[in-house]
Design a binder for this molecule. Structure first.
Ligand code: AMP
Length: 362
C-alpha cells in the first residue's frame, strides 16, 4: 500500500531506485549504512548499483509487469537520473511513494519547461527561445545574437545534443543536425565560473544546503569540483538563495542540484537543475558531516535532515576512461579518498570512479 506523505519510512524498509549507475550505487551504500535495503530497477544487467544492493530487477523502464512487482516490493522509490519516461513514473506513483515527484521530473527533464519555470518564479537564466523549425532558428539567432547554443530540449547530458553557433555560417543546417522536432536556443554566457549548489528538502519543507562549489569541465564532462567555490560571499549567498527558492517552489522532496553560471559582473544565472544526487556533490561523502546520499535517504524516508557542515575543503576529480588505471597512485596518498564504481569495462568518456583530495578547512 502507498505510504502516507508524512509517513516515516523506518530503517529496515526497502528503497526502490530507478537506475543502476554509480549514483544508484552510492545511494544504495548510504541506505545500507542506515539499515535500509535497496531494490534496483535497471535496464542493464550487472550494473554498478545492482552489485551492492539486495534485489535487482533488470527490465525495460516501460515493462509495466516488472514495474508492478517492483512497486509492490518497495516502500518508497527514488531515481538516479531524471530522463525516465513519464508514464512509468506516473504508474509507480499510483502504487507507491515516488520522491521526487513526477511533477519535479517533468520540469527537470525538459530544458524549455525548466527555463519557463525559472522565469515564472523570478529566477534568472540566459535569454532563450523555443525552436521548432529551421526558420525559428534563423529568427532566434537574429534576436539573441551570436555566439549562442542550440540544444535538444530533452535527453541531453554531458554536452550531448548541443550545437554551438559561433558564426552566421553555423546557423544553416544546425536545426537538422539536432535531429529533434524541438530545440532551445540559448544565448552563450561569457561566464567566469560554473558553480553548483546542492540542497536537500524534507517532506516538512525543511531545507539544508551545501555551500557553492566550482565545477571545471573537460570535453563537456565534469572533470573537477573545487570546494568551496572561489567566489565572493555575496555571490555565494545569491547562489544558495536561488537553490533554496527553486527547491521550495518545485516542492522537491529529496535532493536538488542547481548548476549556475557566474558572470564577470557578479550575476548568477541558472543553467540547469537535477533532482537527484549530483556528481559535483561526491566530495560530501568524505568531507561533510552528512553526505548528499544520506541526505537523500533521510529526505525520502521522512527522517530529519543531517548537518551539511563541511569538515574539510576538497577537490574532487572524476576518473574518466583510462584515468582509473592510476588507482594505485591515489590509494597511497593519505589525503586522498578513492571511490571506484566497479564497472567491468573501461571506455573513453565513461565515469569509472572519482578521487577526493581533502584539504584543511579555510
Ligand atoms: P548543459 O548540458 O546545459 O549543462 O551544458 C554543458 C556545458 O556546456 C555547461 O556546463 C557549460 O559549460 C556549457 N554551456 C551550456 N549552455 C551554455 C550557455 N548558454 N552559455 C555558456 N556555456 C554553456
Amino acid at each position: 500500500m502507498k505510504a502516507d506523505n508524512k509517513a516515516i519510512i523506518k530503517p529496515g524498509s526497502v528503497i526502490g531506485i530507478l537506475g543502476g549507475g554509480q549514483l544508484g550505487r552510492m545511494i544504495s551504500i548510504a541506505a545500507a549504512r542506515l539499515g535500509y535495503r535497496c531494490h534496483i530497477f535497471s535496464d542493464v544487467a550487472d550494473s554498478p548499483a545492482g552489485r551492492v544492493s539486495d534485489t535487482v530487477t533488470v527490465a525495460s523502464y516501460t515493462n509495466f509487469e516488472s514495474l508492478r512487482s517492483f512497486a509492490a516490493s518497495v516502500d518508497v522509490v527514488t531515481m538516479e537520473f531524471e530522463n525516465i519516461p513519464e508514464e512509468p513514473v506516473l504508474y509507480l506513483d499510483q502504487r507507491t511513494l515516488v520522491r521526487p515527484s513526477p511533477k519535479v521530473l517533468s520540469v527537470a527533464q525538459d530544458r524549455l519547461v525548466e527555463k519557463d519555470f525559472m522565469k515564472s518564479i523570478g529566477v534568472e537564466t540566459t535569454p532563450y527561445l523555443d525552436i521548432q523549425t529551421a526558420s525559428d532558428l534563423v529568427d532566434g539567432v537574429t534576436k539573441l545574437g551570436l555566439p549562442s547554443v542550440l540544444k535538444t530540449t530533452r535527453l541531453g547530458y554531458d554536452g550531448k545534443g548541443q550545437i554551438r553557433l559561433q558564426r552566421a555560417s553555423d546557423v544553416s543546417g544546425a536545426f537538422a543536425k539536432l535531429k529533434e522536432q524541438q530545440g532551445i536556443l540559448e544565448r552563450w554566457v561569457p561566464f567566469t565560473l560554473e558553480i553548483s549548489v546542492i540542497v536537500a528538502r524534507s517532506s516538512d519543507g525543511e531545507i539544508i544546503s551545501y555551500g557553492p562549489v566550482e565545477n571545471r569541465h573537460l570535453n563537456h564532462i565534469l572533470d573537477t569540483t573545487i570546494v568551496p567555490a572561489r567566489i565572493s560571499q555575496g555571490v555565494a549567498s545569491k547562489a544558495e538563495k536561488i537553490a533554496r527558492q527553486v527547491a521550495e517552489k518545485l516542492n522537491v522532496v529529496g535532493l536538488l542540484a542547481v548548476e549556475m553560471f557566474v558572470t564577470g559582473d557578479g550575476k548568477v544565472l541558472v543553467n540547469e537543475i537535477a533532482p537527484r544526487p549530483h556528481n559535483s556533490g561526491h566530495w560530501t561523502i568524505d568531507a561533510c558531516k552528512v553526505c548528499q546520499f544520506q541526505q537523500l535517504i533521510r529526505a525520502i524516508c521522512g527522517l530529519p535532515l543531517g548537518s551539511p557542515e563541511r569538515l574539510f575543503d576538497a577537490e574532487m576529480k572524476n576518473l574518466i576512461g583510462d584515468d582509473v588505471k592510476r588507482w594505485a597512485d591515489f590509494i597511497v596518498n593519505p589525503d586522498t579518498r578513492l571511490h571506484l564504481y566497479g564497472k567491468s569495462e573501461i571506455r573513453a568518456g565513461r565515469k569509472m570512479g572519482h578521487v577526493t583530495q581533502l584539504k584543511p578547512l579555510t
